[in-house]
Design a protein around this ligand. Sequence first.
Ligand SMILES: Nc1ncnc2c1ncn2[C@@H]1O[C@H](COP(=O)(O)OP(=O)(O)OP(=O)(O)O)[C@@H](O)[C@H]1O
Length: 324
Amino acid sequence: MITVEGLFKNFGPVRAVDGMTFTARAGSVTGFLGPNGAGKTTTLRMLLGLVRPSAGKALINGRSFAELDRPAKEVGAALEATGFHPGRSARDHLRVSCLAAGLPTERVDAVLELTGLTEAADRRVGGFSLGMRQRLTLATAVLGEPPVLILDEPANGLDPAGIHWLRAMLRHLADVGCTILVSSHVLSEVEQIADHVVIVTRGKVVRDAPLAELVGDRNELRVAVEPPAEGDGGLAAALESAGGTVRRENDRLYVTGLDAAVVGRAALETGTVLTELTEERSGLEKIFLELTMAELSAPPEDVPKAAVVAADASVAADEPGSTR
Ligand SMILES: Nc1ncnc2c1ncn2[C@@H]1O[C@H](COP(=O)(O)OP(=O)(O)OP(=O)(O)O)[C@@H](O)[C@H]1O
């Protein structure tokens, strides 16, 4: 389990993380979603002991990174798909990583297989595409078979087939009990990969809920009828009496709270000809925009909390520019 509790981080005058609290549970893929600059990477870096919190806790299975006995076996991280020696092969990179972490090199073939890199294993990493580097970053993260995975934008650079593969891999790892925290600023990725979503803006959690709850009742069905919506022959009324919410826009009906089969049956019963029945999977996007726009239009808090300022004074090494 990952626990973030009352976490703050100031870089000089910039408050990157502003009192974040959330948990990512075992057996689940938690999407950590927010616009650029929301504080996602800083939070992940605090979990991994790379940035010292100004205040609050960032814990992996109840302990800070510094307290972990064997970090490589307890948490796997994929932050940026850079930092590989370009002249080294993928296999050699993984071997070196094993040796550095005190892990048996027998794991190398297994993780190459798991990440679809077996055929490219002996090629120089310098010639790898971004997607292949992402796979190698993930392969490195899972070398120690850690029960907790922290991944920063892992889908970045992956093509649709790569995203499909990533989803299957993360699903498999979650099903065997891993805790997985995945950051992204791309909604469609999170929608495809996560079971639970934590949305952050300006260093704060603005929503923390299962994905199904967030998008479930918000997905809309777009319905076009012949003749157009004003003369829908009672379809809108039938949908409302079936428990749906209906709005009209540009000759179409937009229906929430019902599934497509119910709309189809209602059309049959009311003798309405449907010319379109499309599910608009924009629920998460709408929620995200509503939450982030509301937060962004609010004036920033310009007076740092006294405790945070006090805690920050002792963290000179984390001044702006020192950690990135
Ligand atoms: N070392 C640093 N020095 C100064 N400011 C920093 C440092 N690291 C991050 N910041 C600032 O903290 C804020 C949060 O940045 P962070 O990288 O955590 O956001 P993010 O949500 O990961 O964004 P992105 O999606 O763009 O990666 C930003 O305003 C950023 O400029």
